[in-house]
Write a protein that binds this ligand. Sequence first.
Ligand SMILES: Cc1ncc(C[n+]2csc(CCOP(=O)(O)OP(=O)(O)O)c2C)c(N)n1
Ligand code: SF4
Ligand SMILES: [Mg+2]
Length: 351
Amino acid sequence: MTYITKPQLHHPALARNSLGYTRRDYEGSVSTLCAGCGHDSISAAIIQAVYELELPPHRIAKLSGIGCSSKTPDYFLGNSHGFNTVHGRMPSVLTGANLANKDLIYLGVSGDGDSASIGLGQFAHAMRRGVNMLYIVENNGVYGLTKGQFSATSDKGSKSKRGVVNTDAGIDLVSMALQLGATFVARSFSGDKDQLTPLIKAGLTHRGAAFIDCVSPCVQFNNHEGSTKSYDYVRDHNEAVNRLDVISPRRPIQVDYAPGETVRVQQHDGSILSLHKLAELYNPNNRAQALGYLQARQARGQVVTGLLFVDPKASDLHEALNTVDAPLNTLSERELVPGSAALDRINAGLR
Ligand SMILES: Cc1ncc(C[n+]2csc(CCOP(=O)(O)OP(=O)(O)O)c2C)c(N)n1
Ligand code: SF4
Ligand SMILES: [Mg+2]
């Protein structure tokens, strides 16, 4: 597959956004993943979300770790900044990049092995520090790239393709993100583009640590009977808490919502989330209730999807550290090097 390149020329009638870009301008190279892999559907939703948000590609930085999921940034946003880091280390590299340049929009893409096993500590600290990013875990409950070992998100009792039963308790990254202080927490399913695309749009415009756990079946090693991350299992056990539209401040689009059933949430950048409350009394502004709701539904074998929690007054790491507004590479040497007198003062203060 890798030798196939995409044609450079676009059909002249392709729709363009206000920047003059077509959806194709946000694509990447041809995917080398297995046909039917859920990760490819997530890439398609990311492309759609960024096209609809009308973001200039050069303002986005996409980072990932190692795994089939972490390969996907090669397949979208080919004109954006990208860094494929080391297994489980995407969050710390992204944190460093973000601290150096707060002007970019940061998208971290990872897998359940990458984030819940080797990178669990990194995931935790990015969430608790409020790194301004959208963190997507493409969760197939398996190490796809290394041929099907159980990951830390595989449910206890679920079966591998070879028939082995998992005896360890699964980690629920959504509950963890809630407990760690993430200010935007959602779950979706790769096969539900209508739900996933607006969630990605909302996560990208949220200021603070935004997390989406996206169940993404691995057709090669985890799409059989007995798996709780298969297409059939999630379709049968999906419990959606709300329906979400993101209303862009530039071009307001109001879609199909009934008065009285809507929670409107203004985010820091002015964009508005409009939540359709399909589940009775579900309130996405209450962290403790979100945790309780998740656990109650989990006990019934249900996979809750939708926007579980959002803090409309969220702040981020830059606010906590009171950093300068300008990206560090635009500062002059005079501004970056305080001089020996300032250094002497700092040293004296530490004695
Ligand atoms: C330090 C290190 N340890 C182990 C590996 C081997 N390895 C590569 S990908 C991977 C797991 C990937 O699983 P996941 O993040 O769930 O991605 P998926 O392939 O399922 O999308 C492992 C263990 C590695 N590359 N580096
Ligand atoms: S092995 Fe699984 S996760 Fe990897 S590309 Fe194939 S279907 Fe996707
Ligand atoms: Mg995986």
